[in-house]
Every structure is written in structure tokens, then in C-alpha cells.
Design a protein around this ligand. Sequence first.
Ligand code: ADP
Ligand code: MG
Length: 148
Amino acid sequence: MIYYTSSVKETDELAARLAGKITNGCFIAFRGDLGAGKTAFVSALAAALGSTAQTSSPTFALLNQYTDGRLPVYHFDLYRIEGREIYDLGFDEMFFDAHSVRCVEWSERLEEQDMPGQRLDINIIKLDGDNRCFVITPIGYKEGEFDI
Ligand code: ADP
Ligand code: MG
């Protein structure tokens, strides 16, 4: 599924539409260059799920948690992670919590076998100015389950 937005507001709306489809939990693997809008999308998703916490880029924190909404949101940013360091961080409990929404920026740092077989891949492509392209690929879900 491919979606285009031309402002942060439209990206917020897209994230809110996706949030409406998340009933239990979900693992979302983000890809996209710096400034593509990964953090913006996750922040909007957490807000749409009812979190009123201040959202921010977790790049320095590696993990931000928004647990005051309809579902807990764990927001990982693997930008600064090298190779297998990832497996020493003690994130397992949150990473594998199927009843939460787990959003991973720079998911390409992970090996395929270390991500859940059922997940959403979201690739964000930065176009001119404020235009962005979102390629959302549900993996391991029933056809149409994540149509937004
Ligand atoms: P990333 O986490 O992918 O590095 P960020 O979400 O931190 O990116 O930053 C995205 C930047 O792009 C922000 O400064 C935001 O204001 C800007 N921006 C401009 N247009 C859009 C859009 N359509 N969707 C999302 N962000 C946008
Ligand atoms: Mg980011």
C-alpha cells in the first residue's frame, strides 16, 4: 500500500488512520533516511493511541515508552547500534510484548529472523520539500486487515 503526504499534519492523519486498525499489538519496522519522518509518524501514532506524553526522538535514549494510551507504545531507535550490540540491551521483554505497539526506527539493523514474522514494514521515502511517500507492507496478516 502506498500513501503520499505533503505536510506533517497529513502524516499525523495517516498515522491516526493506522492506529485505528491496531486492535491488540503490532510490530512496526521502519526504514527511511534521516529526516524522512519516522519519528514524526511514531509520535503521531502514540498520540492517536491516546498517549499525552511528550514525544521525542529516542535516538539518544534508544527506547522511548508511551504507556498512558490505549496500548503501550515502545519506540526503539537503532541508529546508533552496531551489529550484535542490539542483543545485549535488555529490551527483550518489550521487544517481544505482542500486546504492545513496537515501533523500530532503522529496522535494517536487525536480522530478518530477529523480527516477528507478523509485522508491518513501513518504508518512508523523502520527496521534494514536505512531500513523503509511505510504503506500508503488512507481513503475515490476512489480506486487507491493514487497509487504511
Ligand atoms: P526521521 O525520524 O525519519 O529521521 P523525523 O520524523 O525526525 O525523521 O523528521 C522529519 C522531519 O521532516 C521533521 O522536521 C518534519 O517537520 C519534516 N517534515 C516535513 N514534511 C513532512 C511530512 N510530510 N511528514 C513527516 N515529516 C515531515
Ligand atoms: Mg528518527
